[in-house]
Design a protein around this ligand. Sequence first.
Ligand SMILES: C[S@@+](CC[C@H](N)C(=O)[O-])C[C@H]1O[C@@H](n2cnc3c(N)ncnc32)[C@H](O)[C@@H]1O
Length: 253
Amino acid sequence: MPELKHLRRIRSFVKREGRITTRQQTALATLWKDYGIDFSRQPLDLDQVFGRSAPRNLEIGFGKGEAIINMAEAHPEEDFLGIEVFQPGAGQVLALAKEKGLGNIRVIIKDAVEVLENQICDQSLERVYLFFPDPWHKRKHKKRRILNSSFTELLARKIKHQGHFFLATDWADYAHQMINVLDASPYFANTMSSGHYAIRNPRRPLTKYERRGHRLGHQVWDLDFVRIPHISGKLSSNLHQISSNPNKPSKPE
Ligand SMILES: C[S@@+](CC[C@H](N)C(=O)[O-])C[C@H]1O[C@@H](n2cnc3c(N)ncnc32)[C@H](O)[C@@H]1O
């Protein structure tokens, strides 16, 4: 895989101050030691961080944390790492994690691209979730979208073989971009078939952004891609052929 350094300098977010509640502020001040991970350029030992060996899930841009909290609560046998740049959202997750007594959740406040490049070891994640990423729907802003081919390659390094990358959006042209980029990736196969969206991810709760999408009359698209051994040339994304023999993927069409 090519060297990924310096590939991405345009950020997928703008620093918003936003309103932070006293509860979120207190949670950041008092619970960071339990649930927070400081950004550093050293790779993380996730077994040490979580104090056990377990399947690892990563949610990128968890917002107010409805999905990550829900998933961590529903799957105590798995670990959940969340990356977000929005401090009040991180405070919210810390407060909820404490309230619900969750031991399987950790949070990093930083640009996910930098965290993935520096802190997450290759082949260490079972599942990655990108739910309702900022749509940047104006033409001049589309280059800010987090999901593009270089980000896909970065994630391909981090997701274990046969691990999954789940996405959801309520913006039609972002959904097309997602499916086009991922269908073209030699590292991922569409669990449906090329060009097809997935059924609603059962792990995904109804969040504020999906509700807003419904209010705007938007449809919601889910995607589910599986990490496969690299295939050169055009990808044939028939998962059934691929998973029946993971070391010998079907020949590209
Ligand atoms: C539209 S919100 C969706 C939040 C959540 N996933 C949901 O479905 O409710 C997108 C979130 O992604 C975060 N975000 C955008 N770019 C990011 C990045 N590079 N690293 C971490 N978080 C990011 C934003 O701060 C924002 O909270």
